[in-house]
Ligand binder design. Sequence first.
Ligand SMILES: *Cc1c(COP(=O)(O)O)cnc(C)c1O
Length: 425
Amino acid sequence: MEKKAFVSKEKIEEIVKKYPTPFHIYDEKGIRENAKAMKEAFAWNKGFKEYFAVKACPNPFLMKILHEYGCGSDCSSYTELMLSDAAGIRGRDIMFSSNDTPAEDFELAAKLGATINLDDITHIDFLEGILGKLPERLSLRYNPGGVFKMSNGIMDNPGDAKYGLTTEQLFEAYGILKSKGVKEFGLHAFLASNTVTNEYYPMLSKQLFETAVKIKEEVGVSLNFINLSGGVGIPYRPDQEPNDIRVIGDGVRKVFEEVLVPAGLGDVEIYTEMGRFMMGPYGMLVTKAIHEKHTHKEYIGVDACAVNLMRPAMYGAYHHITVLGKENAPCDHTYDVTGSLCENNDKFAIDRQLPEIEIGDYLAIHDTGAHGFAMGYNYNGKLKSAELLLKEDGSVQLIRRAQTPADYFATFDCFDEYRCLSEKK
Ligand SMILES: *Cc1c(COP(=O)(O)O)cnc(C)c1O
């Protein structure tokens, strides 16, 4: 599939007059169309709910847009819970799927009325110890171990993952929850990441639905909801075929009717916790070429760095790059596109075929809407960028300002921006 930037060079030239590069910009129209398609794809299930994985793009403005389509939030920490609360997404609209969870986080989740998804069998006692009594509604995260394989060769390795309860623990845990008075039960699993295939959710569903039937038969617990979590991928590369959420929704429906309905579990609510699929393609990091360097390789230095987008440095991940205004120019140059960190892996692209880049050109780095800004950090004293929303009417809204040196200094108690305060006294 051809990858096109959702903003033109002219639009960016207008935007940078007010908001200098680098920044992440999000496409409201794309977010809304996708959220609507997702909702329709699972409309066959009465209680369906997508809990947007907040960690993928923790911005309350974007969370609120998704909330209009019925999305809740999937939180994994104290601050993400606060963020959800601040965005007006509360109570049963929060799924708390965390691991290695601090007591304060469980406390706040319970206070906000979130549905808590436990990562381990020992967390039953831990939670009961904190709250005095278990909530009436609880979910368990399942990790069957082994390798999860799909027919197109994609696989992932749950057996190596730190998350979730084993099969044996899972059955034991439902028995314990039942004996401790829990009334509503959920099952959750996240077994493969960034799956660019329509097959993942249906295959995962089959495994979870069959497990649900066994839980009913062996433990006498009828699950109320099954949470397919995240893992639905996006085509970062132009040669990848995007997932079709309608096909995915329909695939899950077929397995639901085959496995759950005959077992008397036709009332089970289906939940998802998609992050990447909901937001990934609808964000771009826009950066300016500020240097070119001709040494052992050809380098283009830009004003963004891995602090703004960590995936290429961390995973060697591919992010497509469009040189704005040169969409139709031949890709007859080979560049490493680098950021300024004192780390040689700070490269947005390595040996990438691109049009000739001149100083001052704007580069759009695609698919940064999920796990983009969110993974940012402050290495080398670099500051986090602004986030902008390109609205449906073409206007631009600042939805997070860029960090300033004062933000960076704010956590040193005795310093202001430039000097130790005690020196000034
Ligand atoms: C990261 C995460 C998600 C979202 O994953 P995506 O691949 O972005 O869809 C959902 N649930 C949990 C528990 C996660 O850790």
